[in-house]
Design a protein around this ligand. Structure first.
Ligand code: 5RP
Length: 228
């Protein structure tokens, strides 16, 4: 079975009937939602309410028969499940290559548990070594943000879709992708700098947020737990 699906199936043991859950975005989450729908259909799970992190996830959840709600209605979520683009040994993550990083971060901060499901290709020793760090910016003065980000020691560029137009998030904002040649030296410091920059909406560094990471390997599943 596909490794992403194995991780998704494993995570379902942490979802219980009556839970209010956050649903992340991306291909691993597509599989999780499919499997969640199957358990709801068979009656093994019931009374699940989910807060989706993207329009795509919302549509997939609707199709799977998952009841949807919002953070306006539910202040706390029992658990949020999500994928990731990179995971380091300290459970720090790069997320957002599915363009949903802002809503994913908001949902994660409302959840008692934040459980990440990945296959082992996402494991890194240094964040940023596998791919770019996505950053959501306002559309006003994008080039100024790109110049500023470049000065932080990366190659930054506007993320374009195949037709050459700026890739937009569900919030209507463009994204900048930042490549760090040898990975990100000090993710905490970088995150603190980016967070203070006016015009940057959010970045894809999810530091000290995941409570559990479920990793599917060819040889089986492993779990990484946060110390807290
Ligand atoms: C979306 C995300 C995804 O979790 C991340 O891109 C991983 O996606 P996939 O499961 O398709 O590998 O952060 O914004």
């Amino acid at each position: 079975m596909d490794l992403k699906r194995q991780a998704a199936l494993h995570a379902l043991q942490y979802v219980h009937s009556g839970n209010i859950i956050g649903l992340g975005s991306g291909s691993t989450m597509t599989l999780f939602i499919e499997e969640l729908g199957a358990l709801l259909k068979s009656g093994e799970l019931s009374d699940i309410v989910a807060v989706p992190t993207s329009e795509e996830t919302a549509e997939q959840a609707r199709q799977a028969g998952v009841k949807l709600s919002t953070l306006d209605e539910y202040e706390r979520l029992d658990i949020a499940i999500d994928g990731a683009d990179e995971v380091d040994n300290n459970l720090n993550l790069v997320k957002g290559l599915g363009r949903a990083l802002l809503r994913e971060k908001v949902v994660a901060t409302h959840a008692d548990e934040f459980v990440i499901i990945v296959d082992n290709t996402k494991l890194v020793t240094r964040l940023g070594e596998r791919g770019p760090l996505p950053i959501e910016v306002v559309s006003f003065a994008v080039d100024s943000q790109i110049r500023w980000l470049t000065e932080l020691g990366c190659v930054a560029e506007l993320w374009l879709s195949e037709n050459g137009s700026a890739m937009l998030t569900d919030n209507g904002n463009p994204l900048v992708r930042c490549w760090f040649e040898d990975g990100i030296d000090n993710p905490e410091y970088l995150a603190s700098l980016i967070k203070c920059r006016v015009g940057i909406v959010e970045h894809g560094l999810f530091l000290d947020m995941a409570t559990k990471v479920i990793v599917a390997h060819e040889t089986g599943i492993t779990e990484m737990e946060s110390a807290a």
